[in-house]
Design a protein around this ligand. Structure first.
Ligand code: SAM
Length: 291
């Protein structure tokens, strides 16, 4: 139930590079709210200055969001409307904001989207890969073994995959993707979207990995990696056929990286419908042996 007389929480998207991408409604909202909760007040200060917005700010980042949310909720209950922004793009998308949005919704505050730039959606829209179904995977784990386990678990995912990646890791990630998904899988790297050095690289994962290693500009700036989904039969062929459309292999691969084989098999049998303990155990042995 929405609280009458309460302020609202406006979740305002800001540009991911080109200032022209702040919407007219975004600017008006930043101007009209009594307070802006910003990931980094110095960073947002530059944006506000460029648009002549003088609204006071309070910081809201990963390390203080849980503590700060109750105080902001109290202010909204008292009638103050607050705009939530992150450094760039849409708040709460691989950025702070989720905790405040969750707490505000739970407290009966009206939460309003003021949409705009989002790097994942911008990259997907120009990737020239299927857009009808996709999954956003955010950042991959930085550690090599954890990253490879995550990618192996995604090998038979039929939907287009969207990843955020740091420029320091993009070469390794492309190599790991080529190993997990096959070097021939189509992908797109969108770099510096909306900025001066915006570049889009399209090709097979193997080619992109080679190109990234040989082009000094490739691993520079901000990057989104979009990878085509697995072909329809990949669950049965690439993964060696787990008999469950690849789901058993996906679950086992993640569990085997974390717990002993017997425990992984027992948990997988409970997680994947129609799988018995001994079937999961046999398949876990095969995966462990690389079959
Ligand atoms: N909330 C943001 C959004 O809506 O896009 C994402 C924030 S996340 C901390 C930052 C990551 O987004 C970067 O590491 C990069 O992967 C991606 N990104 C942000 N701006 C970008 C741009 N201009 N071009 C390409 N990727 C970008």
């Amino acid at each position: 139930m929405i609280k009458a007389g309460a302020g609202r929480l406006y979740v305002v998207a800001t540009p991911i590079g080109n200032l022209g991408d702040l919407s007219a409604r975004g600017r008006e909202t930043l101007q009209a709210c009594a307070l802006i909760a910003a990931e980094d007040t110095r960073h947002t200060g530059t944006l506000l200055q460029a648009f002549g917005v003088k609204t006071p700010m309070v910081s809201l980042h990963d390390h203080n969001e849980a503590q700060r949310a109750p105080e902001l909720i109290e202010r909204m209950h008292a009638g103050v409307s607050i705009a939530l922004v992150s450094d760039a793009g849409t708040p709460a998308i691989s950025d702070p904001g989720y905790e405040l949005v969750r707490a505000a919704a739970a407290a009966g505050i009206e939460v309003v989207a003021v949409p705009g730039a989002c790097a994942a959606i911008a990259a997907l829209s120009i990737a020239a890969l299927p857009t009808d179904r996709f999954c956003f995977e955010g950042f991959l784990p930085a550690r090599g073994s954890a990253r490879r386990a995550r990618l192996t678990a995604l090998a038979s995912e039929p939907r287009t995959l969207v990843f955020y990646e740091s420029p320091h890791r993009v070469i390794e990630t492309l190599e790991d993707c080529a190993a997990a998904f096959g070097a021939a899988r189509a992908a797109t790297v969108a770099r510096e979207l909306t900025k001066l050095h915006e570049t889009t690289y399209r090709g097979a994962l193997g080619e992109l990995a080679t190109r990234a290693a040989g082009d000094a500009n490739f691993p520079r700036g901000e990057i989104v990696l979009v990878v085509g989904g697995a072909p329809a039969t990949a669950g049965a062929t690439e993964a060696g056929g787990d008999g469950h459309g690849g789901e058993l292999d996906r679950v086992l691969t993640v569990l085997l990286a974390e717990v002993p084989l017997k425990q992984a098999a027992g948990l997988a049998a409970r997680l994947v419908s129609g799988v018995r303990d001994n079937e999961a155990y046999k398949r876990a042995l095969q995966l462990k042996d690389g079959r």
